[in-house]
Design a protein around this ligand. Structure first.
Ligand code: NAP
Length: 421
């Protein structure tokens, strides 16, 4: 029997597990996740008002229930177990750890209160246990930097009113924080022209359908090109004017230069192409400029990704997803990538006498690590569905302790022993 450990239970890790099950009928696959709950990007990255996209979690969930797959939630590689220890237990180890750190702009004032990276911001509005609300109040104007789909998600969540997020899993605390901000202007700023924006047409067009907010192209004469994005922006510019409490203002060809503080963020300054400085007043700025992978033990990223040869980092160590290729593509991109990497692994990894999951379990028990197995995750899942109030599809636990309590409360397992918490 061949034993594979996948570190990270987001879409990339999950699709790879699926492919390995097909290609290696004798393999057992253990998936480690540092939080007690699976799905990573789906749960903590995808916007709460896009429940259609989040529904893919149901598909991802199925693989976790397969006989040859074991889920080890609440187990952090390089904290609870070292990479070299995993390499000694398993015939192959896969880094599916994503790209979790916000890229920095590298401009003055980037660290002042009110300037937030999109990983932190999307984590917060998705109730990630390590997230905090933005350290500002009284937000009238927000600047969103970047012209990708994450920027659109952030704009949309800021722009929507409570009625428009009904049925989502936005937490009561996040809903209350958003409702308390007197937001009337959102600026979405790209450093290149509209034709170079990385938005997808569908996501951009959705901003023209919001109840409380309308899109405005600040300089429609400057729109150059004729692709689907430019056409959508032209439609925004030509649309009949309506009065809304919030405006979403599109700016292009502005490069971030500085964040300017009073007691907190006061404005963001940009260079235009002709060198003129444009200053946008803002109490909140969210940078949506991409993410980078972080190190896992002796495996270190370079330029935000783990250097690899078609998914192979070194003998018996592989990488998939954003940790391999950077933060690009859609969720199904991971499926085609998983096929290729799984094929490579199936050809390369051999059988051995390594212990696989039994070695991991023994070590975690010795260290008193409380892991969450699939059954325990399903208890957390059920508890989150039950506690969702009216108008919400789920209310996530926002602390690891509460997740562990829910996992433990409904079962009779002894923490730190057996295959459950
Ligand atoms: P992205 O699509 O790569 O967009 C990043 C944006 O940041 C680009 O406009 C980029 O400009 C800009 N940028 C980078 N460095 C900058 C700097 N120093 N100053 C100013 N601007 C800078 O990344 P993303 O929006 O984070 O999305 C990541 C992936 O997730 C994408 O594949 C996206 O499509 C996907 N996603 C999909 C959905 C959906 O389908 N609903 C939702 C969210 C995310 P340049 O182009 O000039 O580099």
């Amino acid at each position: 029997m061949r034993h594979v450990a996948i570190i990270g239970c987001g879409p990339a890790g999950r699709y790879l597990a699926d492919q390995l099950l097909r290609l290696l009928p004798d393999a057992s696959i253990d998936i480690l996740e540092r939080l007690p709950v699976p799905f990573a990007l789906i749960r903590y990255g995808v916007a709460p008002d896009h429940q259609g996209t989040k529904a893919i979690a149901r598909v991802l969930d199925r693989v976790l229930s397969r006989e040859r797959v074991s889920f080890f939630g609440n187990v952090e590689a390089c904290r609870d177990i070292q990479l070299e220890e995993l390499m000694s237990f398993y015939d192959a180890v896969v880094l599916a750890t994503g790209a979790t750190r916000d890229r920095k702009l590298g401009i003055p004032g980037e660290d002042i209160p009110g300037v937030v990276g999109s990983s932190a911001f999307t984590g917060w509005y998705n109730s990630h246990p390590e997230s905090r609300p933005p350290a500002v109040q009284g937000v009238r104007s927000a600047v969103v930097i970047g012209n990708g789909n994450v920027a659109i998600d952030v704009v949309r969540v800021l722009a929507k009113g409570p009625a428009e997020v009904a049925g989502s899993d936005l937490s009561p605390e996040v809903t209350a924080w958003l409702a308390a901000q007197p937001i009337d202007s959102i600026h979405i700023v790209g450093r290149r022209g509209a034709a170079d924006a990385k938005f997808t047409e569908h996501e951009l067009a959705e901003l023209g359908t919001l109840e409380r907010a309308r899109p405005i192209v600040v300089d429609p004469q400057a729109l150059a090109g004729d692709n689907a994005i430019v056409q959508t922006l032209r439609r925004f510019a030509a649309a009949e004017s309506r009065t809304t409490p919030v405006t979403i203002n599109f700016h292009f060809n502005l490069t971030p230069a500085a964040c300017v503080a009073g007691k907190q963020l006061r404005a963001v300054q940009f260079h235009s192409r002709n060198g003129v400085i444009t200053e946008l007043q803002a109490q909140l700025a969210v940078t949506c400029i991409g993410y980078e992978a972080i190190a896992c033990g002796e495996a270190s990223p370079a330029n935000g990704v783990f250097p690899n040869d078609n998914g192979k980092v070194k003998e018996r160590l592989y990488v998939v997803g954003w940790a391999r290729r950077g933060p690009s593509g859609t969720i199904p991109t991971n499926r085609s990538e998983a096929q290729q990497v799984a094929q490579k692994m199936a050809q390369e990894i051999g059988d051995s006498n390594r212990p696989g999951g039994s070695g991991l379990r023994r070590l975690l028990e010795q260290r008193g690590v409380r892991w969450v197995d699939y059954a325990a995750w399903r208890r957390i899942d059920a508890a989150e569905l039950v506690r969702a109030g009216e108008g919400r599809c789920r209310e996530k636990f926002s602390s690891v302790a509460a997740m562990l309590e829910a996992a433990h409360a409904a079962g009779n397992e002894t923490p730190g022993r057996g295959d459950s918490i």
